[in-house]
Design a protein around this ligand. Structure first.
Ligand SMILES: *[C@@H]1O[C@H](CO)[C@@H](O)[C@H](O)[C@H]1NC(C)=O
Ligand SMILES: *[C@@H]1O[C@H](CO)[C@@H](O)[C@H](O)[C@H]1NC(C)=O
Length: 330
């Protein structure tokens, strides 16, 4: 009899415990729902700038007089419409102080083109800033022209760009601010990676990895100069300190001047470049990178440059700089 009572009471206790546990469970779920509801409300409320009395105005604007901006270094080849479009766009960006157009065509720029661009440079800046416009005329057509030393640079920062892609001013200014916190580093929008060929007896130990490889691995070791900030001193180093055989290789193959620049900067800093998040608009055809066999040629360049420098100078990284105003979570 005693044994039976204790059995019943044990069962009752067990049942009671289960009910208690499930009650606690549903309470937790309700609490979770409530928290997410409050969170959603906060999120919605924070979309209006007056939330908590914070607005865009409470962030102090950057004082343009107390610091220098950047020089736009644009490479162009017989695409005058793209050039006009690019220059028109970038002259509206607040940090732009001067423009160098790398000109390697046999004929000098035409009068109407020069007139048009001079007009754009004068009339476009909204705050009445003076922007210097210079054509850097080259006799020879070589890809090394795009990294010739600037004669009288008025800024430390160079924004190197191709004429067929456009970045909104907000992206450019963001990348510029990243560069200012690391002025020896290359900062830009188009990352690439070097990979290692695992197979034995390979001709080339390193492989050039394009956009897909960067996407797949989340890693990069180069920033292409078709859209990047770097210090103007690297133009001097590219022109004067690069091995002549390497410059000759770039000139002959008409390729890889951007990889060479990445090797040079990495050799000087021992550090990786910085990939800045930005919006890209392609306004022209994709040019050389859409031609077949491009990746093989680039792989050849990487391996060639390793032997020119005596070591692999590129440093891989997974860091990406993002504007914290456009991210929700810490
Ligand atoms: C790796 O090297 C081997 C041997 O040279 C070659 O056949 C293969 O294509 C290389 N892999 C890549 C991805 O280039
Ligand atoms: C690479 O770095 C080494 C060591 O700092 C330096 O001696 C060499 O001149 C650099 N090479 C180039 C091409 O800048």
């Amino acid at each position: 009899m005693v044994a039976r009572t204790s059995l019943i009471s044990r069962r009752t206790v067990q049942k009671f415990r289960q009910t208690a546990i499930s009650a606690a469970g549903s309470l937790k779920i309700k609490l979770l729902l409530l928290i997410s509801f409050v969170f959603m409300l906060t999120l919605l409320a924070s979309c209006t700038p007056s939330f908590f009395g914070w607005s865009q105005q409470s962030v102090p604007p950057v004082d343009r007089n107390s610091r220098k901006g950047y020089t736009l270094l644009i490479n162009t080849w017989k695409r005058y419409d793209l050039l006009k479009q690019s220059i028109s766009h970038y002259t509206s960006c607040p940090g732009l102080d001067s423009i160098h157009i790398v000109w390697s065509e046999p004929d000098p720029p035409s009068d109407p083109l020069v007139k048009f661009l001079n007009h754009v440079v004068k009339s476009n800046p909204k705050d009445g800033r003076h922007i210097e416009l210079t054509f850097d005329i080259n006799k020879e057509d070589s890809l090394n022209n795009r990294f010739k030393e600037l004669k009288n640079p008025i800024t430390d920062a160079v924004f190197s760009i191709d004429d067929d892609i456009i970045f909104p001013c907000s992206s450019v200014e963001f990348a510029f601010s990243v560069w200012q916190s690391a002025p020896d580093t290359m900062v830009g929008f188009v990352p690439r990676i070097h990979l290692i060929n695992q197979s034995k007896e390979n001709r080339y130990p390193y492989i050039y990895g394009g956009w897909w490889a960067v996407w797949w691995t989340g890693t990069y070791s180069m920033i292409l100069s078709k859209a990047s900030f770097f210090h103007t001193k690297y133009l001097r180093m590219y022109t004067n300190e690069m091995p002549t055989s390497l410059l000759e290789y770039v000139r002959r193959n008409r390729n890889c001047e951007d990889i060479a620049m990445s090797f040079l900067v990495a050799n000087a800093t021992g550090a990786p470049p910085i990939w800045a998040k930005g919006k890209i608009y392609e306004i022209g055809s994709t040019g050389i990178s859409s031609l077949g066999g491009h990746s093989d040629k680039r792989t050849e360049c990487v391996n060639r440059f390793v032997s020119e420098f005596g070591r692999m100078t590129l440093v891989p990284t997974t860091v990406k700089a993002v504007d914290s105003r456009s991210t929700w979570f810490w």
